[in-house]
Design a protein around this ligand. Structure first.
Ligand code: PMP
Length: 315
């Protein structure tokens, strides 16, 4: 029997219909279960792609230290790679991100550096701290916000899988953007294959990215509790040219939808999955798309247990 190691089981995630939450909608709503990746999120794909790419280019020496600015999920993906290939890992996370993610990353042996929730221009912003530490210590910055391997892996794997799993019939693809890798890569792949497909950004109320999609200018900087998506600047890996429209989703709508996904569909997912599904349902309800609406469930619910929005469910 041919044996694959754990890293070979990243990707090829199930694509399933929302049977209850999207019942009686004009078109089916299909969700790609990225929370079922070995590290519990969509970010396993880019962690493997970035490390494979760096090894192939000869820029990663054995025993090197990887460093990344992460909402937590990329850190967990990189931890799987670090374990399998003998690297050390440093994760720089903003304070906002859940304690569960911080504990999980420390537990897998990463060094976790917590920064204030500072805007992109501040030297204390998590991306600036990670860049500075990489330069000072000679560590390898995996650089998910800029590394082209991020968009490429979503084009070649996530996007290609969606085409295969739908038989090439997709009316719209909906996703939030953290680095932009998912929506840019999948969007590019689907647009190369399906003439009428619409690519829609799901954006938290309080993020400036929806305004940027619509007008080219970043919207006002607000606060919101959903983790891993939205922002107050547009990362290099978010390609505006591939996106047709944006849907704004409030924290309340996102978290209420996560509860429905868990209780009605058995999908054990995190906050940004709620954002994506709320936006996908809006697009599907309008009935003006040519085929199913597809979205992604980026991560699993276990990293949000300590968050007030999930604690409330048990009250
Ligand atoms: N949801 C969560 C929970 C995430 O951590 C991320 C990545 N930061 C995303 C969605 C967005 O994915 P991408 O970086 O590909 O835009």
């Amino acid at each position: 029997m041919e044996r694959h190691d754990l890293l070979d089981h990243i990707g090829r995630t199930p694509l399933v219909p929302l049977r209850r939450v999207a019942r009686d909608f004009p078109v089916p709503v299909l969700v790609k279960c990225e929370h079922m990746n070995p590290g519990g999120s969509v970010k396993d794909r880019l962690a493997k792609a970035i490390v494979d790419d760096a090894e192939a280019r000869g820029v990663l020496r054995p025993g090197a230290t990887l460093i990344e600015a992460t909402a937590g999920n990329t850190g967990m993906g990189l931890a799987l790679l670090a374990a399998a290939r003998g690297y050390s890992l440093v994760c720089v996370m903003p304070e906002k991100m859940s304690v569960d993610k911080r504990v999980a990353l420390s537990a897998v042996g990463a060094r976790v550096v917590v920064t204030p929730n500072a805007p992109p221009a501040s030297p204390d912003n998590f991306r600036n701290v990670a860049r500075r530490m990489a330069e000072e210590s000679g560590w390898f910055l995996t650089d998910q916000f800029r590394n082209p391997a991020n968009v490429r892996v979503h084009e070649e794997t996530t996007g290609a899988e969606i085409l295969e799993q739908t038989g090439g019939r997709v009316g719209a693809f909906v996703a939030g953007a953290g680095t932009g890798g998912t929506i840019s890569g999948v969007g590019r792949k689907l647009k190369s294959a399906i003439a009428r497909v619409r690519i829609v950004l799901a954006d938290p109320v309080g993020s400036g990215l929806a305004d940027w999609v619509e007008t080219g200018r970043i919207g006002p900087d607000g606060t919101y509790a959903v983790e891993g998506i939205g922002g107050s600047d547009a990362p290099e890996n978010l390609h505006r040219g591939v996106i047709d429209a944006a849907e704004r989703v409030s924290d309340e709508e996102s978290f209420a939808m996560v509860k429905r996904l868990v209780r009605e569909e058995g999908l054990l997912v995190g906050g940004s999955s709620g954002t994506n599904v709320v936006a996908a349902l809006r697009v599907a309800a309008r009935g003006d798309v040519d085929g199913p609406v597809v979205t992604v469930l980026p991560d699993a619910w276990d990293r949000y247990r300590a968050k007030p929005w999930m604690q409330e469910w048990t009250a």
